[in-house]
Structures are given as C-alpha cells and as structure tokens.
Design a protein around this ligand. Structure first.
Ligand code: IPE
Ligand code: IPE
Ligand code: MG
Length: 238
C-alpha cells in the first residue's frame, strides 16, 4: 500500500480511523452537561481532520455514534441529533470544500429523518471528489456491517473472496485503515471496523477526545512511523 512521506522520514498513514471517546467524562470534570462534551468533541474533530489532511492523510474514518450508543438516554441522543441539525453542514462543509468526499457509514435509516437528509445532501454534494474522504460512522456497528455484506453476497449468489467481500462493506473502494486511534483511556475497539482493522496499527491515548490536540496526532503518527508492519513476513523479507 502506498504511504506518503513528509520530511523524507515520517510515514504518513493513508487512512486513519478515530474512536472519539471521552466527551462525556471531559464535560463532567468541568461540571458541564454531556452535550457540551459532544459539541467540543465535534469541534476538535474538525480541527484534527484539517490537520491530518494537511499532513497528507487521504482517508479519515470517525466513530461518532455506535449502534450500541442508541441505547443511551433520549436526552443525550437528542443532543447528538441536534448537533447534526445545527452544526454538521457548517463544520464538515469547511473540510469538504477542499475536495474531500463525505460518506456516512452505518445504518443511517435509524436516524431521525431530517438528520438523515442532512447526511444524504452532504454525500451528494461531495460525491464528485475522489481520492480523499471522510467516513462518518453513525449508527455504526462492525458486526452489523459484516452481516449486511454477507446478506448482500447471498442475494447475488456469489462465491466470496476476501477482496469481493471487502467491496460489499461500507468502505467498499477505500484502503483499510493503517492506524486506529482511540482516546478516552479505554483499550478496546467497541465494535468498530472489525474486518478492516485486521492489520491496522492500534494507538491508545489517555486523553479525553476534546483535549486530543494536533500535537497529540503528530505523536501518534510518529509512533506509527517507528513501527514495523510485517504483514506476516520476517524482517529480512521486507
Ligand atoms: C464518545 O464519548 C462519543 C460518543 C459515544 C457519542 P462518550 O460519550 O462515550 O464519552 P465518555 O466515554 O462517556 O466519557
Ligand atoms: C465507542 O465509544 C463509540 C464511539 C466513540 C462513537 P463508547 O463510549 O460507546 O464505547 P464503550 O461503550 O465504552 O465500549
Ligand atoms: Mg465512552
């Protein structure tokens, strides 16, 4: 897989996936409602994405809402949907106007109709952009994604290969993530990109997402750069 190089030495991952965790705890520590954490998390995510694209990253997948998160209290979910209603266009428009495609991945039919329309419009407006993309994972669960792909294959009556199966996932034509970052001190994947993560490098940060800075992303990429990705081979074979 092609990897960009800056300053001749740092390997820039082509695809970074981010589990933005810790918004609620960040807000609680400041005696603020969880919705305040989510808004600050969303704003930080936009800044981080701009920084990542400037570094030469081409694909960014953001875990914004899992299928399991739909079990959270209605008040919190309404706050998250209001973020989409009131800010999604403005924030993501800023990043996408530089030629970045936006794709919503997950069972978006579970969203309120007006939120779904906002995502669909953003997808349509950016569909012409190739080579750079943001995947926003909403109502996303990796197991559900895999079952959906398996059902699509059965409908077609196809014998699957790893490649053809990959093309039935939401990320169909995109490279797998090279680096998966999780903030918020938890060390788990929480049903995120289970198929695509097969050979991703994992990076865990103790910082809560709203305080994960551009410099913290640089640190994660530096560590990624130092790792040897063997894909099963020996050092001598690389
Ligand atoms: C992650 O932050 C964002 C979503 C799941 C929507 P959390 O809301 O999980 O924050 P913590 O883990 O409770 O701090
Ligand atoms: C994972 O975070 C989902 C997102 C970041 C959107 P959670 O906070 O929901 O994960 P768990 O429940 O602690 O595993
Ligand atoms: Mg959490």
């Amino acid at each position: 897989m092609r990897e960009n190089t800056i300053k001749g030495e740092l390997k820039i991952p082509q695809h970074i996936a981010i589990i933005m965790d810790g918004n609620g705890r960040w807000a609680k520590k400041r005696l603020m409602p969880r919705s305040f954490g989510h808004k600050n998390g969303m704003e930080r995510m936009i800044g981080l994405m701009e920084h990542a694209f400037e570094l030469g990253v081409n694909y960014i997948t953001v875990y914004a809402l899992s299928t399991e998160n739909l079990k959270r209290p209605k008040e919190e979910l309404d706050g998250l949907f209001d973020l989409i209603r009131n800010h999604f266009k403005q924030y993501f428009g800023r990043v996408c106007e530089r030629g970045v495609q936006l794709r919503a991945i997950g069972d978006v039919s579970l969203l309120p109709e007006d939120c779904l329309q906002i995502l669909k419009e953003a997808e349509a407006e950016t569909a012409q952009y190739k080579g750079k993309a943001i995947n926003v994972a909403v109502c996303y669960g990796a197991r559900a994604e895999i079952v959906r792909a398996a059902n699509r294959a059965m409908e077609k009556g196809e014998t699957l290969t790893e490649e053809s199966f990959s093309r039935l996932l939401y990320t169909e034509d995109q490279p797998d993530p090279d680096l998966i970052i999780r903030t918020g001190k938890e060390v788990r994947l929480s049903n995120f990109l289970l198929w695509q993560a097969a050979y991703a490098e994992l990076y865990f940060s103790d910082k809560m997402f709203p305080e994960f800075s551009d410099k913290d992303l640089d640190k994660a990429i530096e560590e990624y750069s130092r790792r040897t990705r063997r894909f099963g081979k020996t050092d001598e074979q690389l």
